[in-house]
Design a protein around this ligand. Sequence first.
Ligand code: GLV
Ligand code: MN
Ligand code: MN
Length: 425
Amino acid sequence: MTNSLDTMGVDRDRLWSTIEELGRVGAYEDENAGTTGVRRLALTDEDMAGRRLVLGWFEAAGLSVRHDRMGNVYARRAGLDDGLAPVRVGSHLDTVNTGGRFDGALGVLGGLEIVRCLDDAGIQTQRPVEVVVFTDEEGVRFETVTLGSAVASGRIPLERARKLADPQGVTVGSELDRHGLSDGDPVPGPEPYAYLECHIEQGPVLAREDVQVGVVTGIFAITWKEIVFTGVSAHAGTTPYELRHNAGLAAALVTVALHEMVSSGRYGDMRATAGRVEQYPNATNVVPGSALMTVDMRCSDAAHMAAAQEALDAAVRRAAEEAKVEASVRITAQSPPVEFDPEVCTALAKSASNLGISSREMVSGAAHDAGEMAALGPAGMVFVPGLQDGISHNPQEYSTPEACADGITVMLRAVCELAGVPALQ
Ligand code: GLV
Ligand code: MN
Ligand code: MN
């Protein structure tokens, strides 16, 4: 085979057609967003249908596909020295319940496109290249984010992950069993030489500044908490205020306290969201007897996160007192801020500038599998712009074929550099 590194390029239309085809798996009509969304919650039949489609493409590309006991998939293109640790590229195929077509999918399908480009150009890399699909990045169903990659990195033990349950009581373990994924390779497995991930930005910065790609230097710290307030359901018209034990009031007070904490500016770039609130019995004429709420807190600084958690706990105590209810608090996800490897960031920025693609450094407010992979070795990320202020976790999430191709082109060059191509050495 001839080595045509100079002429190698991403096939924009081929990449785009895989994004479109995968986007039809789990598609649903979202009345709120007024467009078609994607719903492939982790380890559901829809998620597995998405995987089957993509695994078929991996196999057609000649990759050897295996999975670990957490269901994470590794599709391998052999290296000239196949005993070397692989360069991995990937992301996830699961979505939130109101997802778009790009979050996660771009990283996996971009990995496939990179392999196809290497094949087209007849390039053999020194190290193997593996395209990875991590199980349950979104955390919507089993309530902890980046679960599959956290198990792959050793941060969360497999046995703990298997016990996590969705609101219906269905566990990760039973779903892995049902889909025949529990019998894979031991996890954590062999470490990669480096890990790269391309992702839609999910924010407004690149589009506003008209920059083609972001080189991600780090990821915000994350804490998720589940708070349950327990009071007494009672008649809304007859129960005097001083006799109420209103769990819904407590949840509302915490939502307002979060808003005040963030608005105060005392916690730096903190963002806080009460994304899920469920009241019982949820009826117009009944004082809520219980309320379950989740809180998602993110910021770039560990000290700000620690202080904000204390402030939240104090706000929960005050709210419980005011509403005369009991409170219990459980942490469901927690990870420190991540800094990506400076050399990988430099390689990605150099790759962009060599290609005449404009780039800027940025920090991610969203969680990513790359954040977990950074614990195992050098890792880095490329962001591509999203349209409409980068709206994401919404069916309107959109990036263009050109923007996606730019991001994957930058990744392709960096993969060649990290995996070693004789012509580059
Ligand atoms: C995942 O998308 C997250 O950042 O919550
Ligand atoms: Mn994602
Ligand atoms: Mn997401």
